[in-house]
Design a protein around this ligand. Structure first.
Ligand code: GLU
Length: 450
């Protein structure tokens, strides 16, 4: 275990104050112990030292003018983490919490997630500490144009292909694409998550949420169960949460709770998904508005959450789908969920649970799907979008959805078979990390010291 401490010590010295990044690295390194002990080549080739250091990190100024005529400045990031398996691939996050640590942890997770898809995609992540909340359409457009005015020189369909993440959806991808095209004069698959009218793929919008639910279903099927009739808590109310809820309904489950940055909503009879789509996709307003239509639902504002806990995870349900953001399930939340009879957790968000919450889930024996395995359907479908763009084709909804299901199943199988091989059948964290690591590490070795 010395190599874990040594790696973390050297990261702390070379990249100070990046707690989320250390957390993601530590989790992966702990899983890898049995592989590194049995295979000297990985040590001789300094794979660990190489894999934790991004190939390239780009930080840039994003100046823009708001509607009042004031000049605003944000910080932009693109971290090109690993290109052993293909062009850098991963989303852009626009959120005030974005900093180098957050983007690095996301980029690091992306290496393993993308490897699990089995598709030829490397890993990158980017974004800005820009808060889209409360901004006008024109402000969003000017921000995206300024962001791309720097980013365009680093990206391309065969070098680095960004997509959406928190705060970046079809609208932002549209403005980013428009500016890329204007600057380069090229109409090409440089971004994924594009509009359906201009190069986007069917199912991409739904893919992360759908994939997280497919993954949950495969976990349950292995236990001779399914989602039919199961009550579910789905955190978030954005793209991932909405389409996780849609797929849950399609598979006969009942989502009873969700949340946004202002509060938690609980509706015992089942969340009215059509209303959520109207509030979030069309009107972009707070979940509190849900009560105007359904006064019997319960809404808890963030200020009233129990200390150190998330109001959503206090409700009783059969399954939990954290689809909002990192570290949204703490150890206390995990213990509450388990005590209330929750038997499945499938992460639509990246690193949704703290390290001690993850240990709680694994020790308890419930079905736990870590984000990098459970939510890989999103990036996998992005690669299907790239494939359609490159071959100038357009596939049907059914075609893409079938492929998404096949890839989600294969990820589940790789993670669970590897977990079994290493003697910990219920530990999909270990299974996913080892299976993904081997693929990337072997490719790095074959490509030499670069
Ligand atoms: N941001 C998503 C993720 O965390 C999607 C990335 C992509 O489609 O490139 O995987």
């Amino acid at each position: 275990m010395n190599y874990i401490n040594n790696t973390l010590l050297s990261l702390r010295a070379s990249s100070p104050a990046q707690d989320e990044f250390y957390q993601a690295v530590e989790e992966v390194l702990c899983s890898l112990a049995p592989v590194l002990e049995s295979n000297r080549l990985y040590q001789q080739q300094a794979i660990i030292q190489r894999i934790v250091e991004p190939e390239r990190q780009i930080f840039f100024r994003v100046p823009w003018v708001d509607d009042k005529g004031n000049i605003q400045v944000n910080k932009g990031y693109r971290i090109e983490f690993n290109s052993a398996l293909g062009p850098y691939k991963g989303g852009l996050r626009f959120h005030p919490s974005v900093n180098a640590s957050v983007i690095k942890f996301l980029g690091f997770e992306q290496i393993f997630k993308n490897a699990l898809t089995g598709l030829p995609i490397g890993a990158g992540k980017g974004g800005a500490n820009f808060d889209p909340k409360g901004k006008s359409d024109n402000e969003i457009m000017r921000f995206c144009q300024s962001f791309m005015t720097e980013l365009y020189r680093h990206v391309g369909p065969n070098t680095d292909v960004p997509a959406g993440d928190i705060g970046v959806g079809a609208r932002e991808i549209g403005y980013l694409f428009g500016q890329y095209k204007r600057l380069t004069g090229r109409y090409e698959g440089v971004l994924t998550g594009k509009g359906l009218l201009w190069g986007g793929s069917l199912v991409r919008k739904e893919a992360t949420g759908y994939g997280t639910v497919y993954f949950a279903d495969y976990m349950l099927n292995d236990r001779k169960e399914n989602l039919q009739g199961q009550t579910c808590l789905v955190s978030g109310a954005g793209n991932v949460a909405i389409y996780a809820m849609e797929k849950l309904y399609q598979l006969g489950a009942i989502p009873v709770g969700c949340c946004d940055s202002s509060g938690t909503l609980y509706h015992q009879g089942g969340i009215d998904l059509t209303l959520i789509k109207t509030l979030k996709e069309d009107k972009r307003v707070s979940l509190a508005e849900y009560l105007h239509t359904h006064p019997s639902a319960i809404y808890t504002p963030v200020a009233d959450y129990p200390t150190g806990q998330h109001a959503l995870w206090q409700y009783t349900a059969d399954a939990a789908f954290p689809c909002a953001t990192q570290n949204e399930i703490t150890k206390t939340d995990a213990e509450t969920l388990i005590a209330n009879g929750c038997k499945l957790v499938s992460e639509g968000a990246n690193m949704a649970s703290t390290q001690d919450a993850v240990e709680c889930f694994i020790d308890s024996g419930i079905a736990y799907g870590p984000g990098k395995a459970a939510n890989a359907g999103g990036v996998a479908t992005s690669q299907l979008e790239m494939a359609q763009n490159a071959s100038m084709q357009r596939w049907t909804f059914e075609d893409v959805d079938k492929q998404l299901m096949r890839i989600s199943k294969s990820i589940y199988q790789q993670a669970s078979e590897t977990a079994r091989t290493f003697g910990q059948p219920n530990n999909l964290v270990l299974g996913a990390n080892i299976a993904a690591f081997k693929r990337v590490a072997d490719a790095m070795i074959e490509q030499g010291v670069v």
